[in-house]
Design a protein around this ligand. Sequence first.
Ligand code: 5GP
Ligand code: ZN
Length: 121
Amino acid sequence: MEECIFCKIIKGEIPSKKLYEDEHVLAFLDIHPESPGHTLIIPKEHHKDMFLIPENELTNIMKSAKVMMNRLEEKLHPDGFRLVQNNGIVQEVKHFHLHIIPVYQEKEEKTVEEIYEIIKK
Ligand code: 5GP
Ligand code: ZN
């Protein structure tokens, strides 16, 4: 998958603000966040979308979603979370990704850099 931007992020060819990594998945901050702490979780193997990703990879994604939600909860204290996964015409990047989007009652004004300093270990 030469042209896939998320495969390039996994290989380190494009920089990203990494938050969690194991042999199966990578979690990093979204470059254009809907809210502070907006995180993307991707499988290290390239699978396009929900139709094509194997079940065991989904399990890996959801396990790390729990890890990331706990970390975001602890560091940012949001009032809720949305988990979003787009397919078809609403999917911009054709490498499966789960969005973890913290929700705040009061609007938080922080840059991705400021948020990264708070969340990274
Ligand atoms: P989709 O609509 O495919 O579900 O969302 C793709 C997401 O990937 C968008 O929220 C977009 O901001 C994010 N994104 C696209 N390119 C990059 C990138 O190079 N780095 C990071 N960190 N996020 C990206
Ligand atoms: Zn890819």
